[in-house]
Design a protein around this ligand. Structure first.
Ligand code: 8YV
Length: 315
């Protein structure tokens, strides 16, 4: 209608302050609040030109097809693996994401998971909370963090930020990935199994769309009974059945996991393990970062509707 603001479709909630800014500029449809999403889309979304969704949630091709006017997918997140980029390209739909603004948070959480897992902090915290201190022996000795041999799988923005942090812990840093970087001081290991073999800790920061299933039983066995796996990438990077088997058999020492194969469903076997630390996909979940991600989403939407190039366009 003449004078109506452009219509956008949210597939998940965003920070309230960001949604408030959106409401001043756009007609905002919230699919995640609808009891019958398919009916809502067919009845109310014929004029939708832009969708906003999380990096973890993405958008299915069927939803892209259900929006005849769709021209832009604006990701609230850096991961693009939950969008079929080739399909979006074929449909002439632009895709943007929110890189850089969340790098530090995800790297910080990776270090937090590494410290918490090696130092058995989750187990010790449950011990104190349970009132067992003074009543029963505390958890056994943990493992030192400083000076560990750490292998980073995926030395992108997040991987490099993790490496910078590990230097402060005087860790020996090596990395695996599709290519060697000539501008870093860390050792490149072209074979992932070899990297696992020489590492105490293997940290996963690879892009989910290029690393699916690369952490398999062979890699986990090479990491070994004193080894620890840290995952702040995507659950799909790990063969989750192999991970469970390795943890249950003791052939892997422990794991610190922020992401899982079928979120929010976490394998029940993990919930009872003291040697794992679990987080509900919190890599970017701070006030500061989610606000910055939201502002970047707004900038991409503004550029799109103004006919300008998108600040952080992927497709
Ligand atoms: C997003 C993520 O921050 O950035 C990504 O790709 O994995 C997520 O942490 C999340 O989807 C925002 O809702």
């Amino acid at each position: 209608m003449v004078g109506m603001n452009p219509e956008i479709l949210l597939l998940q909630a965003l920070p309230p302050a960001i949604e408030k800014q959106m409401e001043a500029l756009y007609v905002v449809h919230r699919l995640h609040q609808q009891g019958d999403p398919a009916a809502y889309v067919s009845q109310h979304c014929g004029l939708i030109r832009a969708v906003v969704t999380g990096g973890g949630l993405g958008i299915k091709n069927a939803m892209i097809d259900a929006l005849p006017g769709l021209e832009a997918i604006t990701l609230f997140g850096v991961g693009t693996d939950a969008v079929d980029l080739d399909y979006a390209r074929e449909r002439g739909v632009m895709v943007s994401n929110t890189p850089d603004v969340l790098t530090d948070d995800v790297a910080d959480l990776a270090l937090g998971l590494m410290i918490a897992t090696l130092r058995r902090m989750g187990e010790a915290e449950r011990y104190v909370r349970s009132g067992a201190w003074g009543q029963s022996p505390p958890p056994g000795l943990a493992r030192r963090v400083s000076g560990k041999q750490v292998g980073i799988v995926g030395l992108g923005r997040v991987g490099k930020a993790i490496a910078r942090r590990l230097q402060g812990f005087e860790c020996a840093i090596r990395y695996f990935g599709p290519r060697r970087y000539d501008d870093v001081a860390y050792e490149y290991v072209a074979d992932l199994v070899e990297l696992a073999r020489v590492s105490d800790v293997l940290v996963l920061s690879a892009a989910g769309d290029r690393a699916q299933g690369i952490i398999d039983a062979t890699v986990l066995e090479a990491l070994g009974p004193d080894g620890v796996l840290i995952n702040v990438a995507r659950g799909k990077v790990v063969d989750e059945a192999a991970l469970l088997a390795a943890l249950q058999s003791g052939s892997l020492g422990g794991a610190g996991l922020d992401v899982f194969a079928d979120e929010p469903n976490v394998p029940a076997a993990l919930l009872d393990m003291d040697q794992v630390v679990l987080q509900p996909h919190r890599g970017s979940a701070t006030h500061e970062t989610r606000q910055a991600m939201g502002e970047l989403v707004l900038a991409n939407l503004h550029a799109f509707f103004a006919g300008h190039s998108l600040p952080t366009r992927v497709v």
